[in-house]
Structures are given as structure tokens and as C-alpha cells.
Design a binder for this molecule. Structure first.
Ligand code: NAD
Length: 488
């Protein structure tokens, strides 16, 4: 695909065939709304059900494929993503709005995820080396514990990371022998299609992988409701996650949720302030703050509060906001008109509830029509809504803490628990924080956003439910355990 060209062939992939739908939709470039990125077929419930049937029929064959075959398929997908990272990164930057370097890096990481799980198919997967052989407590009996695929996996993903989040669900699902129905977010159909197109040529049997694009309410809900979908992995908002959880529980499907965050970055008085400002800028504002791991609460010890805020304000003034493909841009547009309106509404809420405005928060005009906004910073109180609710945009607030103990208490005073960071030169405080922050991931002297792909990812409290994603731990969700007894 080249810049400015309409994508023509964005169709569903069901049972090994590309299918049109009765209705179509378009995705537009948030950096330049005059540019259509994709015209895509919008599946209805009937097509979602056909995809589920195809996955159900493919499961017996794929689930008994050799680990070598699965490894080869995943390795091919990963290699192609990495080889085409510039071209696919360009597509991602055009459709989602993150800067080109961020988009290329995400594409490469999606490739690395597939390659990691190619290894997992051999090392730790269902039918691979993941089992245990134990002595029984009874004489003459042998016991083994093996992992088996779960069945049909329904994978529902958000728009903010349209290659890597699908990759970290599709790759382990296939590695462990499950068949897949993948539903990407409506804002990013071309990315979903590009990924599916690569997967379609990787050597899977028909039906083992299916793509259905369409609305959450119709297509997503069809996956959630279907008795044939054995495992549901959902990344998205807390409210939709709750609906998925209730429906899955009612029919006893395996379910995994990755939902929002309100992540804190704690800055102690002994921190390297330049590093702390770097961590805050990257964590809070890069990718326009549209990351579940974004640092939206900057909790700063009183002794360095004013100096930190002054330095951060200086940095925010220098950030370049513009078209995602423009060289030297730090922050692209937000994802769509609705997001921009919501982000600007949060700026109003911050002002109305008495938070002190430090910088930004305005809609910006650029040479192309797009959803541009200056990064916003406020000084808030812990009770303010901007300090409590997920915003998912380029807005962060600073909370003042008297000391480390209060900073930790503020960090944990949230319904969310995805990740938390601390900037400090104190080993004692760093170690204490790692143990006592009630989250799934901690970062010391690093931004809260930016994680590795070979270790677990996920959160606690309102940020997640079920086993973690990524790394070896992905097997917890994508396999089920069987215990076998045999008279020796
Ligand atoms: P969203 O909940 O609106 O949509 C996520 C996906 O769910 C989309 O594919 C959507 O079509 C689908 N969906 C919507 N309603 C559904 C329903 N009733 N049944 C089944 N599927 C349905 O979220 P979004 O706006 O696309 O993404 C932003 C949210 O995602 C933020 O809250 C963010 O924190 C969260 N997120 C979390 C993580 C994480 O790993 N914790 C990562 C990225 C994004």
C-alpha cells in the first residue's frame, strides 16, 4: 500500500476464503481526515457464526498438528512482519495515527511475538515440552500432567495497538493448537486485514484462523455468546470487559480480560529529575497517551514537586505534535473525532473541578485536517476525576506527596492495577515499591509504558481478569491441563 491509495481488498477471512459482506465501512487517516485508508467489509452476526463454525471444524485437525508444523507457521508469520515492518508500519501510522517510528517498532514487535511463540510451540506448548512426569503416591502407578489446547479462541482487540495486541493473542492461541476467530477494532480494519493476509499464507488448514471485522455489539457479541467459543480473550474498556466477563461466566467459557489503567509514576526527592521527566513524557504522552500502560498520574514528593513540574512544563513546550508521517514529530493525532471530543471534555472537567492548569489541552490546527491536541498537564487532588478515571489520551496530572509512604498509598488508591513506576536512587524504596505496588507490572527508573514481549503482561483489580498474557504464562490461558494415571 502506498500513501494516499485507497485499500480495496479489505474483506473477511472465513474458512480459508476471502468474503465480502452486505455492508461496508471505511477507516480514515486521523492525521488527514481527507484520506480514506481502507474500505472494509463489515461482518454481521451470520458471518461471525460462520467463522465460529469453521474454527470449530478445523480444531480437531489443527489441535493434533505437530509442534514443528505450528512452529513453522508462526515463524513464517513473524519473519514476514519483521521483513515488511516499514511498509506495514506506514499502514499502521496512517490508520491509527501513532508516529511512523512508533508504528514501525510496533510492527517489528508483533513479528517478534510470533517468533517467540514459534519457539513456545516446541518448548512449552500443548503437545510440546510443557508437561510433567511424576511419581505417584501409590506404588506402581505413574502420573503425568499434560497440556492440551482449549478449543476455539475468540480474540477481541482494541484500536490502540492494532498489530501487537492481536499478535500477542493470535500467536499463543495457534502455538498451543487452538483455532481462532479474530475480531479487530472498527477503527483499524486495514491493520487487521494485513495481519490476516499474512497469516492466510503461512500454512494453516482452512478454518484454523478466521478474521471477522464489524461492530463490537454485533460481531464481538456473537463471539461472546456462542457456546462453540471455548476461550475469550478481550482487551478493551473496563465497561465492555465487564459485559464479556458476565456473559462468559454464564456459559462457563474460559475468559481473560485486559482492561483499562490509571497508572502512577512516583517521583521521589532523590530521583534523577531529568530521567524522571523523560519517563513522564514518554509514559504519559507518547502514542498520544493512548496506551493502557500510560502514566496518567505523576505522584511527586513535595521536596522536588515544583522543580519537577517546571522541568516537565519546559519539555512539553518543546514537543512537536503533527502528522504521524512527518519526520521529527513526537506525538501524532488522537485516534478519531470521538476521542478528541472526549479528551477535550476531560480538560474542561479538570478546569471545572479546580485542578491547576500547567500546560496544553487545546485542539491544534495543522496543515492537514486531523485530530490534533497539545499534551495537557494539570496539578490535581487525589479526589479529582482526572486523578481517578481512565482518560486514554494525552492528559496527565501531578499529585503531591509528603513522602514515600504517602506516594505509595496514593499509587495504590485506585480501582485499577495494571502497572506502576518509580523514579528513585534509593534501593530500599525501589525494592519496597516493587513488592507493595498493587499492580501486575512495576518499573524502576523506566517509563510505565514499554514492555518486553517474552514475559507476562497484565494487571490486577479493575485492570485485568484471568491469566496473564504473553511469555510462557500465556499457556495458562490457551491450554487446559490433563492429569493421566497409569499402572506401570
Ligand atoms: P472498547 O471496549 O470500545 O473495544 C474493544 C474491542 O471490543 C473492540 O474490538 C470492540 O469492537 C469490541 N467490543 C465492544 N463492545 C463489545 C461487546 N459488547 N462484546 C464484544 N466485543 C465488544 O475499547 P477501545 O476503545 O477499542 O480501546 C480502549 C480501551 O482498551 C481502553 O480502556 C484501554 O485501557 C483498553 N486497553 C487495555 C489494554 C490492556 O492490556 N490492559 C491494552 C490496550 C487497550
Amino acid at each position: 500500500m502506498i500513501h494516499g491509495e485507497i485499500h480495496q481488498n479489505v474483506r473477511q477471512y472465513i474458512n480459508g476464503r476471502w468474503e465480502t459482506s452486505a455492508t461496508t465501512g471505511v477507516s480514515v487517516n486521523p492525521s488527514d481526515t481527507s484520506e480514506v485508508v481502507a474500505e472494509y467489509a463489515r461482518a454481521d452476526r451470520r458471518q461471525a457464526e460462520a467463522a465460529i463454525r469453521a474454527a470449530t471444524e478445523a480444531f480437531p485437525h489443527w489441535s493434533h498438528s505437530t509442534p514443528q508444523r505450528r512452529a513453522d507457521v508462526l515463524d513464517r508469520i513473524g519473519a514476514e512482519l519483521i521483513a515488511r515492518k516499514e511498509e506495514l508500519g506506514l499502514l499502521l501510522a496512517r490508520e491509527q495515527g501513532k508516529t511512523l517510528p512508533e508504528a514501525v517498532a510496533e510492527t517489528a514487535r508483533a513479528g517478534q511475538v510470533f517468533k517467540f511463540f514459534a519457539g513456545e510451540a516446541l518448548r512449552g506448548g500443548a503437545g510440546g515440552g510443557g508437561g510433567e512426569n511424576l511419581a505417584s503416591v501409590r506404588a506402581g502407578v505413574q502420573v503425568d500432567v499434560t497440556r492440551e489446547p482449549v478449543g476455539v479462541a475468540g480474540l477481541i482487540t482494541p484500536w490502540n495497538a492494532p498489530f501487537v495486541i492481536p499478535a500477542w493473542k493470535i500467536a499463543p492461541a495457534l502455538a498451543h493448537g487452538n483455532s481462532v476467530v479474530f475480531k479487530p477494532a472498527e477503527l483499524v480494519p486495514a491493520c487487521g486485514w494485513a495481519l490476516a493476509e499474512i497469516i492466510s499464507r503461512a500454512g494453516l488448514p482452512a478454518g484454523a484462523f478466521n478474521l471477522v471485522m464489524g461492530s463490537g455489539r454485533e460481531v464481538g457479541q456473537a463471539l461472546v455468546d456462542s457456546a462453540q467459543v471455548d476461550a475469550l480473550s478481550f482487551t478493551g474498556s473496563a465497561a465492555n470487559g465487564e459485559r464479556v466477563l458476565q456473559a462468559a461466566a454464564a456459559r462457563r467459557a474460559k475468559v481473560q480480560l485486559e482492561t483499562g489503567g490509571k497508572n502512577a509514576l512516583v517521583v521521589l526527592a532523590d530521583a534523577d529529575l531529568d530521567r524522571a521527566v523523560d519517563c513522564a513524557v514518554q509514559g504519559a504522552y507518547f502514542s498520544a497517551g493512548q496506551r493502557c500502560t500510560a502514566s496518567s498520574r505523576l505522584i511527586v514528593e513535595a521536596a522536588v514537586h515544583d522543580a519537577f513540574v517546571a522541568k516537565l512544563r519546559q519539555r512539553l513546550k518543546t514537543l512537536k505534535i503533527g502528522h504521524a508521517l512527518e519526520r521529527g514529530i513526537d506525538i501524532g493525532p488522537v485516534a478519531d473525532e470521538e476521542r478528541l471530543a472526549l479528551d477535550l471534555a476531560w480538560v474542561e472537567i479538570a478546569r471545572e473541578e479546580g485542578a491547576e492548569h500547567v500546560w496544553g489541552g487545546e485542539a491544534l490546527e495543522r496543515s492537514t485536517p486531523g485530530y490534533y491536541m497539545s499534551p495537557a498537564l494539570f496539578l490535581a487532588k487525589p479526589s479529582h476525576r482526572i486523578a481517578r478515571e481512565e482518560i486514554f489520551g494525552p492528559l496527565a496530572c501531578v499529585l503531591r506527596a509528603d513522602d514515600y509512604d504517602q506516594a505509595l498509598a496514593l499509587c495504590n488508591d485506585t480501582p485499577f492495577g495494571l502497572c506502576a513506576g518509580i523514579c528513585t536512587n534509593s534501593l530500599k524504596h525501589a525494592m519496597h515499591f516493587r513488592r507493595h505496588a498493587v499492580v501486575g507490572m512495576t518499573m524502576v527508573n523506566l517509563p510505565t509504558a514499554g514492555v518486553d514481549f517474552h514475559v507476562p503482561f497484565g494487571g490486577r483489580k479493575g485492570s485485568g481478569y484471568g491469566p496473564r498474557e504473553q511469555g510462557r504464562y500465556a499457556a495458562e490461558f490457551y491450554t487446559t491441563v490433563k492429569t493421566g494415571y497409569m499402572l506401570a
